[in-house]
Design a protein around this ligand. Structure first.
Ligand SMILES: Cc1cc2nc3c(=O)[nH]c(=O)nc-3n(C[C@H](O)[C@H](O)[C@H](O)COP(=O)(O)OP(=O)(O)OC[C@H]3O[C@@H](n4cnc5c(N)ncnc54)[C@H](O)[C@@H]3O)c2cc1C
Length: 396
């Protein structure tokens, strides 16, 4: 059995971010990075918003200054000051990460499936089919939990699921500086369904069809909608598909498993996710920065539980409404975008608004619907549809 100071379970976004940050910090710790599948190919596009200069990431990024919003009766295009919208291709991120890691003599990389993790009195243990590793701290971004009875999340409630095509067009049709944040010009099926467009050049863009619902669709159903959107709304006739991407992100509060002091959940299973939007990339980078600071200052424990604040409460209300079939959910988004600058909405989603700013935003929303949700959250017996996830428990 080999001993490491740190084992990082999972070499996805959080595991690799942590491993490369440790390598760059030049710590002398012995580290193992383990994943069942070492990803190197482009499989995800991560986007987030940030103020210019603060997003000085070491890997290639694409930056959009403007965002657009579309619905059948309302549309807007705005410079999203004080932010830029930033895109990172996972292929670039993986390449950069493994370039850094190959020079780090203290980091081993193993490609094997983890079967079991468990805590010890002063450390943790990780087992694959053929090997066993002992460590002082285990950073876990996989859904395997130390206490088998506790799953990080069933991912059974609401999900954000999507598929996208990276297309190349014959003619220049896209505006390079302008991404489409939400385009609701599609049948809603009592859910939330919209398109998302990220242009990389005038002839190349990622076009995604996104749904907030509990049930996924068959692959062909997403494809059918993307094709229809390209032809009918973007009015593009000749294009080729270069890549496809798909994903599912939980839209629920993730409660990290903190049963054991030496097993630290990171990434989505570590709670670095805004449940009402599915955005996780920036939160993961912040979480990694905090861990690195703790390690460098020998400041234990390494895991800081996210404090429930008023933004968790707002998320709870929105998640509650998103589950209600009888509510016109796209109308909520349309009111939001009609009544507020996109920059203001992004500041709110970053949880950086003040209470008066938030009141101003809420005044642009269908108030009755939100009051109804509040009553249901605090008086759950009024909820007739028993298929609701008990979101209200998260704020009680
Ligand atoms: C297609 C897609 C697009 C996304 N786009 C955005 C975006 O634009 N903006 C944003 O903020 N967020 C986005 N997200 C959400 C979030 O940023 C990503 O899901 C991110 O990858 C989460 O990082 P993570 O480290 O928590 O998990 P992951 O990146 O999924 O890493 C977990 C790793 O654990 C490994 N693993 C799992 N089980 C085992 C096992 N038994 N043994 C060994 N290894 C195992 C997996 O192989 C994986 O590499 C997106 C998600 C997806 C799926």
């Amino acid at each position: 059995m080999k001993f490491y100071d740190f084992v990082i379970a999972g070499a996805g976004c959080s595991g690799l971010s942590l491993a490369t940050s440790l390598a760059k910090a030049n710590t002398k710790h012995s580290i193992l990075l383990i994943d069942k599948n070492i990803h190197t190919n482009q499989d995800k596009t991560w986007c987030f918003w940030d103020t210019p200069n603060s997003s000085a990431l070491p890997y290639t990024t694409t930056v959009w200054q403007n965002l657009t919003f579309y619905s059948d009766n309302y549309e807007k295009k705005e410079k999203i000051l004080p932010f830029n919208y930033v895109g990172v291709k996972s292929g670039d991120f993986y390449k950069y990460s493994y370039d850094v890691l190959k020079n780090a003599k203290n980091i081993d990389i193993v490609e094997e499936s983890i079967e079991r993790i468990y805590g010890l009195e002063s450390g943790a243990c990780i087992e694959t089919k053929t090997q066993k590793f002992h460590c002082h701290f285990l950073f876990n971004s996989t859904s395997i939990t130390a206490d088998q009875s506790k799953s990080h999340s069933s991912y059974s409630a609401l999900k954000q699921h999507f598929q996208g095509w990276l297309v190349k067009t014959e003619k220049p049709v896209f505006e390079k500086n302008t991404a489409t944040f939400m385009d609701f010009r599609t049948e809603q099926h009592q859910e939330v369904r919209f398109f998302y467009v990220l242009p990389y050049s005038e002839r190349e863009a990622l076009i995604e069809y996104t749904i907030f619902s509990k049930q996924l669709l068959a692959d062909e159903a997403y494809d059918e909608q993307i094709e229809k959107y390209i032809q009918e709304k973007l009015q593009i006739e000749n294009f080729t598909i270069i890549e496809k991407e798909k994903g599912v992100i939980p839209m629920e509060f993730i409660h990290p498993d903190t049963t054991h002091n030496h097993i630290i959940p990171i990434g989505i299973v570590g709670g670095a996710l805004k449940p009402s939007t599915g955005f996780a990339f920036s939160l993961i980078q912040k979480q990694v920065d905090q861990i690195i600071k703790s390690i460098l200052s020998d400041n234990l424990p390494l895991f800081k539980k996210k404090i429930q604040n008023r933004f968790s409460f707002y998320d709870t209300i929105l998640l509650h409404l998103l589950q209600k079939k009888e509510i016109n959910k796209s109308a909520i988004f349309i009111s939001l975008f009609k009544g507020n600058n996109i920059g203001t909405i992004l500041t709110f989603l970053s949880e950086k608004t003040g209470i008066f700013g938030e009141m101003k935003i809420f005044s642009t929303l269908p108030v009755k619907v939100f009051i109804g949700a509040l009553i249901e959250i605090y008086w759950p017996r009024r909820i007739k549809d028993k298929s609701y996830s008990p979101i209200y428990q998260t704020i009680r």
